[in-house]
Design a protein around this ligand. Structure first.
Ligand code: KIV
Ligand code: ZN
Length: 548
């Protein structure tokens, strides 16, 4: 299909590769399910050679999401291709195959750099050696898997004539997709578009392959470059949710999809994405990684559809399209206000949740209803955003090793901020601890630290109100790093990176939300230390409810 652009999502590989974004196996599985519902064509599920846990996470995704009828996408849709990254070595390719072969549509993605700087200093290989290795390893991957993608890393800074040669050899060896990465986000849209056009024109055999683009955002040009590549003839875009990724990140999925969607007459190209799921996917990834979406982020930022200036509001009232080029509903931002109060029933809540796309089982609905009633006691108007936050807080949480059982703080201008915290531990025992801090959150975190005993540094703490108004739910996101050296392996840099853990909590009491978020992150850290079973075991324990 010439006017179809495949969306290749690499949130779980290139996104997760950024030092601050590590997710547990259970979270990766849930993100993969969400991506399948969103309608992505390819999920790059990870780098299986990095560790046995990484291999197992990709294998679980291949089984759970890569088989027909296993994920939650409509029955008419094929399951997404499940892809694993491999360096050009037999060991990496074997590991990638071991993980992805369980999918109905597996893919091996192998890469080797082609720029002078990478070949000379990183690979210590000359051009002939690079060509030979690519030909050998693509052929090896193809002997295992019918769908093989090759990426000349740092293509954006490579000599185009050399690229045509390498890509030609990869095609002869059996590559079916050729991905062109601007690894360091160096090119401009004109240059990148010309590079893709040149590749399409000069590479022998390219007409039988899909050309793909993969841009990084170091100069803020990733989306523009990706669109320039697509305009020049690329038919696969490699992207991540919220644009997360190494350094300044990758191209944001939602930006490319909505540009193609909104400017359809310009591009005349389609994707298979259900755009109404974009907001939910964005929130899920942000909650799991602890990487907060900036308010002015295109498409999924909190202000993307907010019109505060008086002149804008006046224009909006006259005609919505004066200042809005997309309808908020198109990307899953629901404006509906659900006015349910103390006396509203379980049935009304269930209908609204179903309309929002949640298919809760009876027990889950009971829990949500209980939390909804508590919230309705404190807050007059409950919006869809409140419900989203409640569901996320209740169900999108990691395995609970320590849970919050009670909390009390004393703070203000008189006396020392003091917190008393009661946690329920893994043995079902209650643990009580008091602590003094520089403020109430610090005091709570000190008390939690004294009970949990998992040394960690708090890297980031963000708080925001889910809706306007003094009675709003507060959402807290934290990122922590274990001080006992948990690491993750970066395939491209070939080095270990410190692993961080994100946590998320929501409550009308922001101190309670802060405690929940910190505990969620600490629970993940505890799992990663191996003291509470392996991470892979826990991917079968995901609590989250599938959205329709
Ligand atoms: O940015 C890059 O070059 C990559 C490749 C491994 C495709 O992520
Ligand atoms: Zn990349």
């Amino acid at each position: 299909m010439d006017n179809y652009v495949r969306i290749f999502d690499t949130t779980l590989r290139d996104g997760e590769q950024s030092p601050g974004a590590t997710m547990t196996s259970a979270e990766k599985l849930e993100v993969a399910r969400t991506l399948a519902r969103l309608g992505v064509d390819v999920i790059e599920a990870g780098f299986p050679a990095a560790s046995p846990d990484d291999l197992e996470a990709v294998r679980r995704i291949a089984i759970e999401v890569g088989q027909p009828g296993r994920s939650d996408e409509p029955q008419t849709r094929q399951p997404p291709i499940i892809c694993g990254l491999a360096r050009t070595s037999k060991n990496d390719i074997d590991k990638a195959w071991e993980a992805v072969k369980h999918a109905a549509r597996p893919r091996i993605h192998t890469f080797l750099a082609t720029s002078e700087i990478h070949m000379r200093y990183k690979l210590k290989m000359d051009r002939e050696q690079v060509i030979e290795r690519v030909a050998q390893m693509v052929a090896y991957a193809r002997s295992l898997c019918a769908d093989v993608e090759y990426s000349p890393e740092d293509a954006g800074r490579s000599d185009p004539e050399f690229l045509y040669l390498v890509l030609g050899e990869a095609i002869k060896a059996g590559a079916t997709t050729l991905n062109i990465p601007d690894t360091v986000g160096y090119t401009t849209p004109e240059e990148f578009g010309a590079l893709i056009a040149g590749i399409l024109q000069h590479t022998p055999g390219i007409e039988n392959c899909t050309v793909s683009v993969h841009c990084h955002d170091d100069l803020g040009l990733a989306t523009a470059n990706t669109l320039a590549g697509i305009h020049a003839g690329a038919r696969q875009a490699e992207v991540t949710i919220n644009g997360i990724g190494e350094r300044a990140g990758n191209t944001a999925l939602e930006e490319v999809v909505m540009a193609l969607h909104t400017r359809r007459p310009v591009f005349n190209l389609a994707t298979g994405i259900d755009t109404t799921q974009l907001m939910r996917a964005s929130k899920l990834v942000s909650n799991y990684t602890g990487i907060v979406v900036q308010p002015n982020k295109a498409i999924v930022g909190a202000n993307a559809f907010a019109h505060e200036a008086g002149i804008h509001q006046d224009g909006m009232l006259k005609h919505q399209q004066t200042y809005e080029i997309m309808l908020p509903e198109t990307v899953g931002v629901t404006q509906t206000r659900l006015v349910l109060g103390k006396h509203s029933g379980r049935h009304a809540l269930k209908s609204r949740l179903t309309e929002m796309g949640y298919a809760l089982k009876d027990a889950e609905l009971d829990k949500t209803f209980e939390r909804f009633k508590n919230l309705a006691d404190k807050k007059k108007i409950i919006t869809d955003a409140d419900l989203e936050a409640l569901v996320a807080d209740e169900f999108y949480q990691p395995r609970e090793i320590f849970t919050l059982d009670g909390l009390q703080v004393a703070c203000g201008t008189i006396g020392m901020p003091t917190a008393t915290v009661r946690l329920c531990g893994p043995d079902g025992q209650l643990h009580l601890q008091a602590a003094i801090g520089t403020g109430p959150v610090d005091a709570v975190y000190k008390a939690i630290d004294a009970i949990v005993q998992a040394p960690a540094t708090l890297l980031e703490f963000t708080i925001h109100a889910v809706t306007e108004g003094i009675d709003a739910l507060g959402e807290v996101t934290v990122r922590i790093q274990g001080t006992n050296g948990q690491h993750t392996f970066d395939a491209q840099k070939e080095m270990q990176q410190p692993r961080t853990f994100g946590g998320h909590g929501a409550d009308t009491d922001i101190i309670v939300a802060s405690a929940k978020a910190y505990l969620a992150a600490l629970n993940k850290l505890l799992v990663a230390t191996g003291s509470y079973g392996t991470e892979a075991e826990q991917s079968s324990e995901v609590k989250v409810t599938a959205a329709a």
